[in-house]
Design a protein around this ligand. Sequence first.
Ligand SMILES: Cc1cc2nc3c(=O)[nH]c(=O)nc-3n(C[C@H](O)[C@H](O)[C@H](O)COP(=O)(O)OP(=O)(O)OC[C@H]3O[C@@H](n4cnc5c(N)ncnc54)[C@H](O)[C@@H]3O)c2cc1C
Length: 442
Amino acid sequence: MLNRRNFLKAGAGLALAAAFPARAAAGAGHVVIIGGGVGGATAAKHLKLTNPALRVTVIEANRSYIRPYGSSEVLTGHVGMDDLVVSYDALKSKYGVEFVFDTVTGFDPDRKQVRTAGRQTVAYDKLIVSPGISLQYQAIPGYSAAVAETRAPSGWIPGSQTALLAQQLKAMRPGGTFVIVAPPNPYRCPPGPYERGALVTEWMRRHNPSGKVVILDPKDSFVTDATMQLGWHRLYGYDIPDDYLSDMPADVDNRGKPSPIEWVRAKDGGTTERIDARSLTVTTRGGAVKADVLNIVPPMKAGKLAFDMGLTDASGWCPVDRRTFESSVHKDVFVIGDASIADAMPKSGFAANTQAKVTARAVAAQLAGRAPGEPVWGNTCYALAGSNYGLFVADVFRLKDGKIARVSDQRYLPLDASMAKIRLGAAYQQAWLKTFTEDCFA
Ligand SMILES: Cc1cc2nc3c(=O)[nH]c(=O)nc-3n(C[C@H](O)[C@H](O)[C@H](O)COP(=O)(O)OP(=O)(O)OC[C@H]3O[C@@H](n4cnc5c(N)ncnc54)[C@H](O)[C@@H]3O)c2cc1C
């Protein structure tokens, strides 16, 4: 029986419960995040912003992050390797995110425990995995991780190979050829190989004016291809292929002269069949191409950890429930970033960042006993055709019939954009590198 005093006490309790619905229960949750890259760091920050009472632990193999986005600028000396290093200090001090620096080797989904190489066991209520990509060196006959570390770097996961490639470019003989082997879809950073080709071409005009860039491609098109080629045409005298000409602005005037940048598509024989690492020769369907510096961006799959945890399907990527990015294989495990299958969304940092924000809210909602909200994701990939020549692809995505669909149609910088807008695009790209890093890590 409730007397008046007890009733008032109970009433006060009820009022408190109503003011903070399920908040205390949500605070009891421990979210563990594997991978402190773009996806993992953003998820950690946004879990804490959504509910500061949550305990959030990031398990990351390295003590600081080396950002892949903007890493092609190391090749041209615009930034150094040190400029790519991002600290985890702000996530710790400003948001109270805990860090374990160790390599995850596997997990027990029944006990909800993660295992590390350093023999630590970390228990979770919800697990977010953002392990990035693995480079399939062996998919190209003659190529291997050892060749990538010593002779023909990839540099698509930044580190020692990026530094080696920069050294090789600087030491290239006058008039030498810098060959980029572009990857098949899907891969990390769709405009990336073509932006890299452009930046190296621009650099060579000043430092090796008779040098040349050749991009060998197993595809016939790439995202931003029309705007990128227009930039190559204006800056480097590149002849735009006939099938792109009809949409081009009036100033386009193919000269029929060799350009310092060449794009060899699949239909023109650009698909690589094998490489000879000793002579730096690429055998393509169209014939042999001899390189002085050989940069191979090999086929990609989800990061090794995703395979070790059994999160991948036959495609080599991780199937997820598109609303929350909860794994289709394991309950209470979420896969975000490049490793996930996200339909129309590209494998980009921007995409990983918005996936992380949506998933952080979905995880916090689940722990609080609420249904996740209606997701909206975005992506903008800026790219440079030269250091003052910017372009972009920008998209908004929503759920449509259980898949992630693009809902915006004005995607690219218009082909008739003024030079002022193009220069502004380059300034936006530089500003984005800074503000984006802050958005993820600070
Ligand atoms: C040259 C280049 C240019 C790019 N430019 C852009 C751009 O302009 N815009 C853009 O949006 N994107 C760009 N990107 C792509 C972007 O960098 C990636 O899409 C993004 O980093 C993906 O985030 P992620 O969290 O999936 O993976 P990552 O950022 O790679 O993070 C994965 C993390 O997981 C950790 N990890 C992996 N396995 C384990 C394990 N077993 N245990 C513990 N830790 C582990 C790794 O150490 C790493 O820190 C570019 C990429 C490249 C290569």
